[in-house]
Design a protein around this ligand. Structure first.
Ligand SMILES: [Zn+2]
Ligand SMILES: [Zn+2]
Length: 508
């Protein structure tokens, strides 16, 4: 979705009005960078220089190196990014500021009681809350949402509020700064999803939902201090915005050897990644390598190993082996079985894994939860290998029956990570996996949910082994072919032969 949608404009203006009328937005005279050559104020990103804290590269309002927020006036050896010059002066201009001090106690309480961030982030977040003062939310530029002066002034009149009115003329030249409306976009998108039907409120108001966030560590302060302050400040007695229930604050996934091809250069775009391999491969890899608590490094060989050894050899093979045997021996139906104590034991182990899976989820350990799901496949595969139904005809019905139940559990538990795969498993089992009733109903009963005699669906191969080196060479070839097609241009000599004239249309 787009944060510049009409839905988000509406949401942004509503929240602005509440914040202003609750006394959280104040006007202040600010000294801003002004480029003499360009004759204009410079928005944050248009001024770069040395960070006053670490000497690294500071761009506008944040240092790329140490991540600290900086004021443009503090930047040393500042350079204008429009003209590249150094004729930067600081001139006075009025701006609106969001007061970040009013809800410090509530924020600290939230941090302590609700445990909304990973343990290793608590100290930093507490520090950020304590240090927070104010943040300017308007800019002298012409793109962005307007400051809703009219509705604010009307409200001040209507309710006889003891607040300064906003000067419409002054704010006609200014807009709300993008970081103000960007997080509000989460709510704006929800309004868009429901086409502004009141249903969006179920997701954002009065605690009807738990709101989860997944952010990069460089975005922490926006989501732990600034946005929560906005949510509290824009709440009314009847309608309280939900504070974040939990924020997955990820470290960085570093790229070791993503040099993709000569023409595409460094990095791997989502589009390129999805052209190469199915989305579930990437989801699976990323979920099992989430950079929690420290940065992790992506490498092609690591990716290949996870897909081939775990997704294909463990998950894919177990499902395929079981279903091809049931096709061969039981006419593609779930066999009738009297479970032995060995079978019961495997069922109990599977149920235990699912319990652990749920606990990991509740504790926000996504990678560990995925590992529990994969363990179901390991358990089932090991069970088949030990019982050897292919050598042991009177064990066939029980083992295949149990293995099919485990596949169903596998399909359910993999759903949050690899939904396409889960849908395929559901089709192969000729059953539902993602239903409206929710997770608990799906897992109860985890085993025995598919009854004896149930007709299975058509079998298909879930995954294929990958060779990333070969694939990248293929992609590179494609690039070169494309490049060859584009070489049909003229040389300078021929170009010089051309007669190019400029005319003006005077009448149509
Ligand atoms: Zn710095
Ligand atoms: Zn300039």
């Amino acid at each position: 979705s787009d944060t510049h949608s009409e839905y988000n404009r509406k949401q942004t203006h509503e929240m602005f009005e509440e914040l202003y009328c609750n006394g959280l937005i104040n006007e202040k005279t600010q000294t801003m960078p002004y480029c003499r050559d360009d004759e204009r104020f410079l928005p944050d990103r248009y001024i770069e220089g040395e960070c006053p804290h670490c000497g690294g590269l500071a761009r506008g309002d944040q240092c790329d190196d140490c991540g600290k927020l900086v004021e443009p006036t503090e930047i040393e050896n500042a350079e204008c990014q429009i003209c590249g010059g150094n004729s930067i002066e600081f001139e006075e201009t009025d701006h609106l500021f969001l007061d970040l001090t009013k809800f410090k106690d509530e924020l600290k309480e939230w941090l302590k009681e609700e445990k909304p961030v990973p343990e290793n982030m608590v100290k930093q977040v507490r520090h950020d809350i304590e240090e927070a003062e104010e943040r300017s939310i308007t800019r002298d530029q012409n793109w962005g949402f307007k400051v809703p002066t009219e509705r604010v002034n009307e409200r001040i009149d209507e309710e006889n509020l003891d607040l300064e009115k906003l000067d419409p003329e002054k704010y006609d030249e200014k807009v709300l700064y993008v970081w103000f409306d960007a997080p509000i976009g989460y709510i704006g998108f929800t309004r868009e999803l429901f086409e502004d039907n009141e249903e969006w409120k179920d997701y954002w108001i009065n605690g009807h939902s738990d709101n989860y966030y997944s952010i990069g560590k460089d975005n922490t302060i926006f989501h732990t201090v600034i946005f929560p302050t906005m949510l509290m400040g824009a709440s009314t007695e009847e309608e309280q915005y939900n504070l974040p229930h939990y924020e997955f604050i990820q470290d960085f996934l570093m790229a070791e050897d993503t040099q993709f091809s000569k023409s595409r250069g460094k990095g791997l775009s989502t589009t390129d990644a999805l052209e190469m391999y199915p989305v579930d491969y990437w989801r699976f890899y990323l979920a099992s390598n989430l950079p929690q608590e420290h940065d992790t490094t992506f490498s092609w060989s690591d990716f290949e190993e996870r897909i081939n050894n775990v997704l294909n050899d463990t998950v894919g093979n177990f499902v395929n082996r079981t279903l091809s045997l049931s096709e061969k021996w039981f006419d593609n139906k779930v066999p009738v079985a009297d479970h032995t104590s060995r079978d019961e034991e495997v069922i109990r182990e599977a149920e235990k894994l699912v319990d652990e899976y749920e606990t990991e989820f509740e504790n926000h350990n996504l990678t560990e939860a995925l590992e529990k799901a994969v363990s179901l496949a390991r358990l089932g595969d090991q069970y088949l290998s030990e019982e050897e139904p292919w050598n042991n005809e009177d064990r066939r019905a029980e083992t295949i029956n149990v293995a099919i139940q485990i596949i169903r559990g596998l399909g359910v538990t993999l759903y949050p990570f690899t939904p396409d795969t889960s849908e395929k498993i559901a089709d192969m089992l000729n059953t539902e996996i993602h239903t409206e009733e929710g997770f608990d109903e799906l897992l109860d009963p985890l085993l025995g949910g598919i009854e004896a005699g149930h007709e299975l669906g058509e079998r298909e191969i879930l995954f294929e082994k990958i060779d990333t080196e070969e694939k990248r060479a293929e992609e590179e070839m494609k690039d070169e072919e494309k490049h060859d097609l584009n070489t049909d241009t003229v040389g300078f000599e021929e170009f010089g032969e051309m007669d190019i004239r400029v005319g003006q249309v005077q009448k149509v």
